[in-house]
Write a protein that binds this ligand. Structure first.
Ligand code: ADP
Length: 380
């Protein structure tokens, strides 16, 4: 086994699927990059078991995890030890659907392979460069400072990846400028980047804020929650409405799948798509306030990468900013899709959160990185 090249395994566990990647440790060449549907694998634990078969078979020397919440303190990926794990467990109430899942996987691997270093990469970390003002809500100071009710932002691995490749795609000058990245997938958000760093983002304290999404409502008057609570809804039923029954699925009454909605002739499908694009355009325009204008817009995520219709629909609502698409380029699978006379450059870049995580693992596995603690005993 030891004559096999060393590899890193990264695990990106979502609610219904687990993406994983296996990379050569020396140069991060991808060896395997797959998605397992947890239902098909017979549940979450069997799916992880399936992935863990790679550890021995491929000489895995470290494992990276996407962990949704790093709170206020974790502004960069870390090697996981007992202290880190205890800190991250305290953040579980902030992301009850994902954080316990992520941490359970880390603990399970620590028990099975105690010698294997594990690295946590956070969705929130990339946004910790934002000013205090950008992260604040207009709530009583006590909630901001004592309860940690601030805008954390999410999709950080995707934004970090886009920021890392943007100089090669758009040139160093544009990449240093005022850039809005639109990550449009089932979950959708935007980030405003200056000099490759996050200055504002549309998701907030939770991934429910900002854009309309597949099944999430996005920015919504909190008075609606109060009204529905008074009418007898509960925290649980409201969570179901706002997280699972809203967005494209709720408005169309059909599905959250953008491909199906674009193919449908039902007026509700068109209305859902138009509302999605109106929300996206409004949110993009609001980020121009944080940036003082905009030099480039980047589309990524399943919808952003693949749907020329959605890109066109969103950008046609931002024409007052001087954005002009080149229709031929927009339809032609190109990286740069703006017209020659557009005041704002527009790019389509495929994101790669798993490669970003592998880069984090590689960096933290260098001898100069803080020492690994492979002999640490994890709390049960
Ligand atoms: P997740 O947030 O779950 O990772 P993805 O980034 O994979 O989601 O995005 C899923 C969305 O992308 C779905 O709404 C899907 O319909 C949409 N999508 C994928 N391919 C296309 C396409 N060719 N045209 C339009 N939408 C697409």
């Amino acid at each position: 086994m030891s004559d096999q090249p060393k590899t890193y395994l990264v695990i990106n566990a979502g609610s219904s699927s687990i993406k994983y990647g296996l990379y050569r440790a020396d140069d991060l060449t991808p060896i395997e990059h797959k998605t397992i549907e947890t239902k098909k694998a017979g549940g979450y634990a069997p799916a992880i078991e399936e992935i863990l078969k790679l550890v021995k078979a491929h000489n895995v020397v470290a494992i990276g995890h996407r962990v949704v919440h790093g709170g206020k303190d974790y502004a960069a990926p870390v090697k996981v030890d007992d202290k880190v794990l205890a800190d991250l467990e305290k953040l579980s109430p902030l992301a009850p659907l994902h954080q316990p899942h992520n941490l359970k996987t880390i603990k399970m691997i620590a028990e099975r392979f105690p010698e294997l270093p594990q690295v946590a990469s956070f969705d929130t970390a990339f946004h910790r460069t934002q000013s205090k003002l950008s992260q604040m809500y207009a709530l009583p100071r006590k909630l901001t400072e004592d309860e940690g009710i601030v805008r954390y932002g999410f999709h950080g691995l995707s934004y970090e990846y886009i920021a890392s490749v943007l100089p090669a795609v758009a040139g160093a000058e544009t990449a240093k400028g005022r850039v809005i990245v639109a990550h449009l997938g089932n979950g959708a958000s935007m980030a405003a980047l200056k000099d490759g760093k996050s200055v504002a983002t549309t998701m907030g304290f939770t991934p429910l804020d900002g854009l309309m999404m597949g099944t999430r409502a996005g920015a919504t008057d909190p008075g609606i929650l109060l009204y529905l609570l008074e009418k007898g809804e509960t925290a649980q039923s409201l969570s179901d409405i706002f997280q699972k029954q809203s967005g494209l699925k709720g408005v169309s009454g059909l599905t959250e799948d953008v491909r199906e909605l674009l193919a449908s002739s039902k007026p509700e499908a068109k209305e859902a798509i138009d509302l999605f694009c109106l929300y996206a355009a409004r949110q993009a325009a609001s980020l121009t306030v944080d940036l003082g204008g905009v030099d480039a817009i980047v589309f990524t995520g399943g919808i952003g990468e693949n749907s020329e219709d959605i890109r066109n629909n969103i950008l046609s609502r931002l024409s007052h900013l001087g954005v002009k698409l080149d229709p031929a380029l927009n339809n032609a699978d190109q990286a740069a899709i703006h017209s020659a006379d557009s005041a704002v450059k527009v790019y389509v870049i495929k994101t790669d959160e798993e490669l970003m995580m592998a880069q984090h693992v590689k960096k933290l596995m260098q001898p100069s990185a803080p020492a690994a603690k492979p002999d640490i005993k994890f709390a049960p």
